[in-house]
Design a binder for this molecule. Structure first.
Ligand code: HEM
Length: 438
């Protein structure tokens, strides 16, 4: 039985993880090598993708839900999926998604206003997860989360995530390379539920019963591989949409939870955000072009993503015995590329643990070591939703900070945990006050 502490991979990282450029973690049945050196990271992620595919454990944990979707596939299959879906996240689609983002923020306000008036405590994590799930549901299907099918998808995802993460840490430490990843009946049922619900929503589109829409589902249905002309069949669409839902809300929820937590301790930064927002929009709701012109909010987000990268680890596996730098790597070794340790590495960052959003100012950007900032990954498999997430998070932070003062309860007890994304060990309880009220 694993001790509770050992279920948190972050607490297993030794001090050398933040000092060495490459180090063996040697804590499991399979070899695990942590790679921090940006040049070696680039070799693994950019050049030798066939030699270093996504880790088998990670793929095994997700495949019941998303089959061989772009997030987990490799080789020519991945290249075709990526080519086909790239335009779905292009500039034009982002402009359309913005309306749904703004509507979701507006719909969150009554509940936040009520919490502000009553002074009631509420969970920061749950609030941010609900908001980002609402935003991604509107972006994919043009429907708000409260609509009952969307709500059922969300609830089933919650069951899936909780079940999968326990298995994955256990399996990582105790399992042999390429061993099957066991899933509980609960997780298998959640996968079937999600696939059925997403399938029903898709069928309404495919059969013409629901009107065509210019949302992510509509774009994915219409998408064709520019080289082969091939589109996705129904099962493939369910796979890809499952990933968009999962990767598209858990990550941004993690980013927003940590950003708001940090801001609750940073009154001067909070004031600078309010001044920037007010200078560009006064008291009016923010418009798309204004959100794109909030450099300080962007820097705050960048710095929060540095200190708390939502995807803590990007695991790869050595498909063959090889070398990395001067280190021999046995076949089946897990290569852990960890934005977490790279972003807090003492040889890559000055004052690595300090929150300093101005380090991303253009005049200081030369201080950032190339390849040392990778919250969205790096190389050809870099996050396809990065622009979407940045727009969304900038809007949410700007709107929520201009309207409310955020206070985290017992901040000294907040501690990070590597789950599917980087989350606090326990939900952060917070209280808010309407800005201007004492
Ligand atoms: C703050 C929010 C986000 C963060 C920090 C983030 C981070 C990442 C990272 C690190 C990767 C690379 C994983 C690897 O190489 O192993 C990735 C890939 C991916 N992300 Fe995101 N992501 C975010 C938001 C989104 C959103 C909003 C979507 C879609 C709606 C999305 C969809 C994807 C997909 C489909 C991939 C796989 C790309 C491929 O393998 O070609 N992500 N993301």
């Amino acid at each position: 039985m694993l001790a509770r502490r050992e279920n948190n991979l972050l607490s297993l990282l030794p001090d050398v993880a933040y000092r060495e450029m490459i180090t063996s973690l040697g804590m499991s049945r399979r070899g695990i090598v942590l790679v921090n050196d940006p040049a070696l990271v680039a070799q693994v992620m950019d050049t030798d993708a066939a030699l270093f595919p996504k880790n088998d454990l990670f793929v095994g944990a997700l495949e019941g839900l998303v089959g061989d979707a772009m997030f987990v596939s490799s080789g020519e299959r991945w290249r075709s999926q990526r080519r086909t879906l790239e335009p779905t996240f292009g500039h034009m689609h982002l402009g359309r998604a913005f309306a749904g983002m703004a509507a979701a923020v507006a719909d969150a306000r009554p509940q936040l206003d009520a919490a502000a008036s009553s002074g009631a405590r509420f969970s920061l994590d749950a609030t941010m997860t609900h908001l980002t799930a609402d935003i991604i549901t509107r972006a994919i299907f043009s429907t708000p989360l409260q609509q009952s099918t969307a709500r059922q998808v969300f609830d089933a995802f919650d069951v899936f995530e909780r079940g999968v993460e326990n298995v994955s840490v256990r399996q990582l430490l105790l399992g042999a390379p390429w061993a099957p990843v066991p899933q509980t009946q609960k997780v298998r049922t959640a996968c079937q539920t999600i696939r059925k619900l997403v399938g029903d929503l898709l069928d309404a589109r495919l059969s013409g019963a629901a009107p065509p829409r210019e949302d992510i589902a509509g774009a994915a249905i219409a998408a064709r591989d520019p080289q082969t002309g091939r589109g996705f069949d129904r099962e493939e669409l369910i796979n890809e949409i499952g990933v968009f839902f999962l990767a598209g809300h858990e990550t941004t929820a993690s980013a927003l939870t940590w950003t708001m937590f940090i801001l609750s301790q940073q009154p001067l930064t909070t004031k600078r955000i309010r001044d920037e927002v007010s200078a560009i929009a006064g008291d009016a709701p923010l418009q798309l072009e204004q959100v794109r012109k909030l450099p300080f909010v962007r820097n705050v987000l960048k710095e929060a993503l540095r200190l708390y990268p939502p995807i803590t680890f990007l695991p790869r596996v050595a498909a063959e015995a090889t070398t990395l730098g001067d280190r021999r790597i046995a076949k089946g070794t897990m290569l852990l590329i960890a934005p977490w340790s790279i972003h807090r590495h003492e040889r890559l960052w000055r004052n690595p643990d300090r929150f300093d959003p101005d380090r991303f100012n253009p005049e200081r950007e030369h201080e950032i070591v190339k390849g040392a900032y990778i919250p969205f990954g790096t190389g050809p498999r870099v996050c396809i939703g990065a622009a979407f997430a940045t727009l969304e998070a900038t809007l949410v932070v700007a709107e929520l900070v201009r309207s409310y003062d955020w206070q985290a309860c017992a901040p000294e007890k907040v501690w990070p945990l590597a789950r599917l994304t980087t989350r606090p060990t326990h939900e952060i309880q917070c209280q808010i006050r309407a800005v201007g009220r004492t």
